[in-house]
Design a protein around this ligand. Structure first.
Ligand SMILES: [Zn+2]
Length: 216
């Protein structure tokens, strides 16, 4: 996790420092009703013209068709262009870094066991986070500009392949994080400080102490 975050930070830094810059122009705003705009940007590098869409959502007023922007691209792979802006480069590395540090801190504290409430909150938080991680993995695999594993496949194949990949990544990472967390970090009984086991009763996560039977 921390390694992934550091890799992202390194990736963003190297993009900002060593990538070539090119003049780009906004060719389309791709506005949708409630999700703002994902502008298409066109730029030329090495005598060829390339296009990409921004990774981030912008409000419809941020860009205008024909507006000049700066594009960053790796000198040896000019097709992977991205917008030269703070919001395109830094949010993912920063979020990953913060989450890893929080996890590290929690893990440090959790060696002696967490109170059941905090443990439950972390369970839910981590499951959601695992799901998000799965989504990221899924989009990395499928979107053009990522690995794009389904590029060029017939429509039906890419449709079913996409669904299959989605179900193979998102629930697995979500439940996997949940299971790992519950496996390695114990909840601690507030009464006798024995170990507690979490269990779902209906929608409620209930912790029961394995030594004194106290539950909450
Ligand atoms: Zn107990």
């Amino acid at each position: 996790m921390l390694l992934l975050a550091l890799a992202c930070v390194r990736g963003a830094t190297s993009r900002a420092l060593w990538n070539s810059r090119a003049a780009g122009v906004v060719t389309d705003l791709n506005c949708s009703k409630n999700r703002g705009s994902h502008p298409t940007i066109e730029y030329s590098a090495g005598g060829k013209t390339y296009q990409f869409q921004t990774a981030w959502n912008y409000s419809a007023q941020t860009f205008a068709v024909g507006q000049k922007v700066t594009v960053l691209y790796p000198p040896n792979r000019p097709q992977f262009g991205m917008l030269d802006s703070f919001s395109e480069l830094w949010p993912l590395p920063i979020v990953l870094l913060v989450v890893s540090l929080v996890l590290l801190g929690l893990a440090w504290r959790a060696k002696t066991g967490l109170p059941p409430i905090l443990h439950g909150v972390c369970s839910v938080g981590l499951t959601v986070f695992g799901g998000l991680l799965g989504m990221t993995l899924f989009s990395l695999l499928c979107i053009p500009g990522g690995f794009d594993v389904l590029a060029g496949a017939p429509l039906l194949v890419s449709l079913f392949g996409g669904m299959l990949l989605f179900f193979a990544t998102v629930p697995v990472t979500a439940l996997g994080t949940f299971a790992l967390w519950n496996c390695y970090i114990p909840a601690r009984c507030p009464r006798c400080s024995g170990g507690m086991r979490g269990k779902f009763v209906g929608k409620q996560l209930v912790y029961t102490c394995t030594s004194c039977g106290h539950h909450q």
